[in-house]
Design a binder for this molecule. Structure first.
Ligand SMILES: C[S@@+](CC[C@H](N)C(=O)[O-])C[C@H]1O[C@@H](n2cnc3c(N)ncnc32)[C@H](O)[C@@H]1O
Length: 281
């Protein structure tokens, strides 16, 4: 099954052509960067990779990942989060799940279990997890929940597959409540769909609180990292401007990224990390 996400088509085509800067910055992790001091961002592919690793580390640390655990990374992309955990921990059972088999093929070609760890990449949908109840210590979803058919279904599934005491950690883009009413006029959902595919950013921190409560997850962390992720936009634009995409397409993508950057600078679109705990029985 191949869900339409045009940015992955561009990315895979660029990687196939051997773009060194794409390979370095987006060949492993496909998400925004985290800079503890955004003013010091260097806007190079090397610096971007460090920032992408920092975001991954922030999310898996929020889920209290430790040696000897079974960890599921949902929407695993090219396997960057599995790779980071594989390198940092021992005796791990690591499973990456993704809807897009092309991404999984790349993950399988570049990530191999270290020491006593095991690594597995499996095709599947976040909202129908092909795993048994109570089978993971941690579930992660790095920058992908807005693509899923339903946050509610994903939460039910994450809760089901987690062991009691297990953690779910994720990052998400949340549109300011008032702005989501205006969105038809701004056209954010519409213009971003053409590059990012189907995305639902019409959710709030309060909606997360209600969702967690309805499923009986305890909220452990809500961290707004919009400020720390802002250098991403300038870096993305520097990658897209010189690309050989047709000019109309390039202008459209740059306009979308510019709009998302502006909304983020105005804090009308926020990038937030969450961690939830399934209570011990
Ligand atoms: C922005 S990428 C993030 C990839 C990866 N988490 C990372 O941080 O590098 C979003 C990912 O969500 C995946 N995805 C979208 N819908 C999905 C679904 N219903 N089930 C599983 N994965 C999905 C996409 O294929 C893509 O890999």
């Amino acid at each position: 099954m191949n869900k339409k996400m045009p940015y992955f088509d561009y990315l895979l085509a660029g990687l196939d052509k051997g773009s060194a800067s794409l390979e370095k910055s987006f060949g492993l992790h496909v998400h925004w960067g985290y800079w503890s001091q955004p003013k010091l961002a260097l806007f190079t592919s090397e610096d971007y990779l460090v920032a992408a690793e920092a975001l991954t580390s922030l999310i898996y640390s929020s889920a209290q990942v430790s040696d000897g655990q079974r960890v599921l990374d949902v929407g695993c992309g090219f396997g960057g989060t599995i790779d980071a955990i594989n390198k940092a921990f021992q005796n791990m059972g690591l499973v990456g799940l993704n809807i897009d088999e092309r991404q999984l093929e790349r993950a399988r070609q570049q990530i191999f279990a270290i020491g006593e760890n095991s690594v597995e990449f499996q095709q599947g949908d976040a909202c129908a997890l092909p795993f048994e109840d109570n089978s993971f210590d941690v579930v992660l979803a790095v920058e992908c929940i807005f693509h899923f058919p339903s946050r509610e279904l994903f939460f039910q599934e994450a809760y089901r597959v987690l062991k009691p005491g297990g953690y779910l950690a994720l990052s998400d883009f949340l549109l300011n409540k008032n702005l989501s009413k205006l969105d038809k006029r701004i056209g954010l959902q519409n213009s971003s769909t053409q590059f990012f595919g189907s995305c639902n950013v019409d959710f709030t921190v309060d909606a997360y609180r209600q969702l967690a409560q309805s499923i009986q997850f305890e909220i452990e962390l809500v961290k707004n990292i919009t400020h720390n992720s802002l250098p991403t936009y300038k870096y993305l634009k520097s990658l897209i401007k010189p690309s050989n995409l047709p000019i109309i397409k390039r202008m459209g993508i740059l306009a979308t990224i510019g709009l998302i950057e502006l909304l983020s600078k105005l804090r009308l679109l926020n990038y937030v990390v969450f961690a939830f705990k399934k209570p011990q029985i």
